[in-house]
Design a protein around this ligand. Structure first.
Ligand code: LER
Ligand code: MN
Length: 275
């Protein structure tokens, strides 16, 4: 297992949920703290110059773990279950750019709130059908590039569609694409899944990536989430992918990133040496 930290560009709006802003500086700081990579929070593929990104990464021997897309929803208002077909076309085109970039950086694109929601006047079945159609198109073009799309269950206070791993797994079965997986976030799981470790183990085949934060969304170690249970679940799932720190930058970004690394890196070292 490897560890990354969520970062965005300098121009990213306040709604971008990341620890640091500014790619070059973030890569350098993350490398200094022992992280293996960065999770890139982007609005469009044009947010970053791939040549510059490659050179910053190789300078610090770092990787991109995945591209995340919260800003596609929060800033551009685009999402998979949009009732307007022209808006769904826009999200498909935008994901085309993101999966092309991901082919060289991380080979995974996350879908959190960008999956959409059950809108007013929309039934669950209608939202589900729109999600299935949009994600099949996105998965098929991503698949040609060797890229996996990962759906993140998000808690009920943020969205009304796909809140826990069981619901995510049911929906993935309906979409029926091999390059579609789950990205659990233990902050959301702590609210929605009855047992975190057991749920990770149950959905082992679908878990492709994981977000770490403590119960209060501060750095792991500054809340009361049971990370031994999380790691036991990952072990039972034979997980060997990327984990990523996605936390509030509190009390300040540097202290938060440092505390998260100090808590999680030794756990990953033990985990990797006992696999
Ligand atoms: C995104 O990864 C996430 O976890 C959401 O809670 C952001 O709103
Ligand atoms: Mn998350």
């Amino acid at each position: 297992m490897k560890l990354s930290v969520a970062v965005a560009g300098k121009q990213a709006p306040p709604s971008a949920f990341v620890v640091w802003r500014g790619f070059e500086e973030s890569i350098s700081k993350a490398a200094d703290l022992g992280y293996h990579g960065i999770e890139l929070a982007l609005k469009t593929a044009e947010d970053v110059d791939p040549h510059q990104l490659s050179s910053w990464l190789s300078k610090h021997n770092m990787e991109v773990s995945c591209i995340s897309t919260g800003q596609v929803f929060a800033t551009l208002g685009l999402y998979f279950t949009h009732p307007d077909a022209s808006m769904r076309r826009k999200v498909i085109d935008l994901f085309d750019g993101l999966t092309a970039l991901a082919a060289d950086f991380g080979r995974m694109v996350n879908v959190g709130r960008t999956r959409g929601f059950i809108g007013e006047g929309q039934s669950r079945q209608e939202a589900e059908q729109l999600f299935i159609e949009t994600s099949r198109q996105i998965c098929d073009s991503a698949g040609e590039r060797g890229v996996t799309i990962i759906i993140e269950p998000v808690n009920r206070y943020e969205i009304n569609f796909v809140n826990n791993l069981d619901q995510g797994a049911d929906l993935l079965a309906k979409v029926g694409r091999d390059n579609l997986g789950l990205m659990p976030d233990v902050f959301h799981m702590n609210i929605e899944d009855a047992h975190i470790g057991a749920s990770l183990a149950k959905h082992a085949a679908l878990v492709k990536y994981i977000h770490f934060a403590d119960s209060n969304r501060w750095a792991p170690g500054w809340g009361h989430l049971d990370f031994d249970d999380v790691f036991a679940g990952l072990r039972a799932a034979h997980f060997d992918g990327w984990s990523s720190i996605e936390i509030l930058p509190e009390p300040d970004p540097d202290s938060a990133a440092r505390k998260a690394a100090e808590t999680i890196l030794p756990m990953i070292e033990t985990y990797n040496s006992n696999r």
